[in-house]
Design a protein around this ligand. Structure first.
Ligand SMILES: Cc1cc2nc3c(=O)[nH]c(=O)nc-3n(C[C@H](O)[C@H](O)[C@H](O)COP(=O)(O)OP(=O)(O)OC[C@H]3O[C@@H](n4cnc5c(N)ncnc54)[C@H](O)[C@@H]3O)c2cc1C
Length: 502
């Protein structure tokens, strides 16, 4: 079926298999005596947000499209996500009375990056395209049947910018994927399930760097190894590496051993394949390394946003606060990992409950278990927290709130006393879920090599490229995984489709 000796394969997760044959194809031309099992114009790996957007975009540009998905279903992390599309300056915000714009959003992200000592001068053109084209990306999704909720909610950032896909938090994500997968197929894209990228194929006889990618090797549902030729380009949309303990340890050693959530199949295959061809990896060392969320101990549901919207405190089982809660779930989860704290409780009172029960706290009460207590003593007992310390922590916190200054952790935002029963506790632990590190792309979505030149014929979009906002050392939160995957899925699909066929 395949003449493996006659071309160069950069194997995903395996050592390079260098061709020893005598095929000397011209740069950019596929080696003539490779046995191709299948041919398409644009070959896409991964049927999550980035891959499906790339497929639709490539079909809009009239290219033949084949999407190969490792799982038995589409969706990856996108289908498990909250479905919150972060962007600033939308019509939906305007209608909801939220004053925002692309520039306000951009400045907010840069300011937070500077404040967190994260902002170093890098080429920001790549990430800037997401801010500039994110609203258009939403309209593009709407054109294909995706609907957004009318009231954006607060995430990380100075405005309510999280636009959940209808019918709302988490429930919108399978709808999003289903809509896009059906649309891509309706437009003529072929999606092969349980077909995984195992290596990229380049023209033979050329040095690795600078050689055009002309196809890929896959393992199909029946375990067969096939060579697929891509006349116009290959797009990597295989997601991140949160579920590869090896890559987590390799790039972010301090997180090694931390449990992860999300798809087991997001093991960084596209990253390894691209690195094998000399692609450049941007490792996020300046900030948080990888994205983390809290997961409830009762039902395993991920939770994060209420921390930046509702007044609450987070304590460990000793009854101590450990991070300024208003910095959000990411900072709190990283602090827990750093300090080796396995479990925490979010604690709030009835004032917070009443004010936010129909807003940001609703998902927590509908998808997880939140325990209610008449007193702090009862809460401490029920949640197995050191009662004397918890009482002291809350008394100190309440006294600080009265003075308007958190003397323990320097918190400035969302300060409110915890004093009105009943009291509520949500027990949770930290999980890693998205990698911020990933392969470098340019503003056209082309994979960049270590010499800062595009790898011909190779594109990447979504989490495989890491979190562009953090890679550019912005404060994050102005845009998000789904908005990035949409914008760059769209860009890469169009650009690959317009490549001259080889
Ligand atoms: C619990 C959770 C909540 C989140 N909430 C939000 C949110 O509210 N808002 C937001 O913006 N972001 C959120 N995110 C992040 C967001 O989901 C991702 O950033 C985004 O979905 C990435 O899309 P993607 O297409 O790059 O990757 P994915 O959606 O993960 O798709 C990658 C696909 O590639 C496939 N694949 C992997 N390896 C191979 C291979 N070798 N060959 C072929 N296919 C392969 C996978 O099976 C998967 O289907 C959340 C993530 C999680 C886990």
């Amino acid at each position: 079926m395949t003449t493996r000796r006659h071309f160069l394969i950069s194997a995903a997760g395996a050592a390079l298999t260098a061709g020893t044959g005598s095929v000397m194809a011209a740069a950019g031309k596929p080696a003539e005596n490779i046995t191709w099992d299948r041919t398409t114009d644009v070959l896409i790996f991964g049927a999550g947000q980035a891959g499906l957007c790339a497929a639709i975009s490539a079909r809009e540009n009239k290219a033949e499209v084949l999407v190969c998905e490792k799982a038995a279903f589409c969706g990856g992390h996108t289908a498990m996500s909250g479905s919150g599309y972060y962007i600033g300056g939308t019509e939906i915000q305007k209608k909801a009375g939220i004053e925002d714009s692309i520039e306000i959003n951009w400045k907010d992200s840069v300011d937070r990056g500077v404040k967190a000592h994260r902002f170093i001068k890098r080429d920001t053109r790549v990430v800037r395209r997401v801010y500039n084209e994110g609203i258009d990306g939403m309209h593009w999704l709407e054109k294909y049947g995706v609907r957004f909720m009318p009231n954006p909610v607060q995430g990380i950032g100075n405005r309510k910018r999280v636009h959940y896909v209808a019918p709302g938090y988490k429930k919108g994500s399978p709808v999003l994927i289903d809509t896009l997968a059906k649309q891509a197929q309706k437009m003529g894209a072929v999606i092969e399930m349980q077909t995984q990228l195992t290596g990229l194929i380049t023209a033979t006889g050329e040095p690795t760097l600078g050689v055009r990618v002309v196809g890929a090797q896959v393992k199909d549902a029946g375990g067969r190894i096939l060579n697929i030729r891509a006349r116009r380009g290959v797009i990597l949309a295989t997601g991140g590496f949160a579920n590869s303990p090896e890559l987590v340890k390799r790039f972010h050693p301090y997180l090694a051993g931390t449990p992860s959530l999300g798809s087991r199949l997001n093991t960084g295959d596209g990253i390894v394949a691209a690195l094998s061809l000399g692609a450049n990896m941007i490792v996020e060392t300046n900030g948080f390394g990888m994205n983390m969320l809290f997961v409830g101990t009762h039902k395993g549901q991920s939770m994060g946003l209420p921390m930046t919207e509702a007044p609450l405190i987070v304590v460990d089982k000793k009854g101590l606060r450990f991070e300024d809660e208003s910095k959000g779930y990411l900072a709190a989860c990283h602090k827990m990992t750093e300090k080796g704290i396995k479990l925490a409780d979010w604690v709030f009172d009835s004032k917070t409950y009443e004010a936010f029960k129909d807003g940001c706290l609703k998902p927590m009460f509908t998808t997880e278990v939140v325990n209610k207590y008449d007193s702090i003593e009862a809460l401490a007992k029920g949640e197995k927290i050191d009662a004397a310390q918890l009482k002291a922590t809350i008394e100190k916190y309440n006294a600080d709130v009265a003075k308007g200054r958190d003397s323990v952790l320097g918190r400035k935002a969302l300060l409110a006393a915890i004093d009105k029963p009943p009291f509520y506790a949500f027990e949770c632990g930290p999980r890693i879920y998205t990698s911020y590190s990933g392969i470098e792309i340019n503003a056209e979505g082309q994979v960049m090599d270590t010499r800062a030149r595009p790898v011909p014929g190779l594109y990447a979009a979504g989490d495989v490229t890491g979190h562009l906002a953090y890679q550019c050392n912005l404060g994050g939160g102005g845009i998000s995984g789904i908005s990035m995957a949409t914008v760059y899925g769209r860009i890469t699909g169009a650009n690959a489709a317009r490549e001259k066929p080889v």
